[in-house]
Design a protein around this ligand. Sequence first.
Ligand SMILES: [Zn+2]
Ligand SMILES: [Zn+2]
Length: 76
Amino acid sequence: MKFVKVLAAVAFAVALSTTLALAADKADKKAPPGKVAGCCAKAAKDGKACDHACCVEAAKGKKNCEKCKGTNEEKK
Ligand SMILES: [Zn+2]
Ligand SMILES: [Zn+2]
């Protein structure tokens, strides 16, 4: 029965690390302050940068475009 115990322990460890990895992933997504504008999020999904002049300008200042409903403040 020893082998089964080892197997169970390994399976448990794998499941635990997967859960932790997923949790870290979720935490990462919550981390950035503010909200990316919808148009920019769409462009990012396609691996592109949003080409709106206002968004390009905002990106230069490392900000989300507020004209397109992005925000730059951390929600508290
Ligand atoms: Zn945009
Ligand atoms: Zn914009």
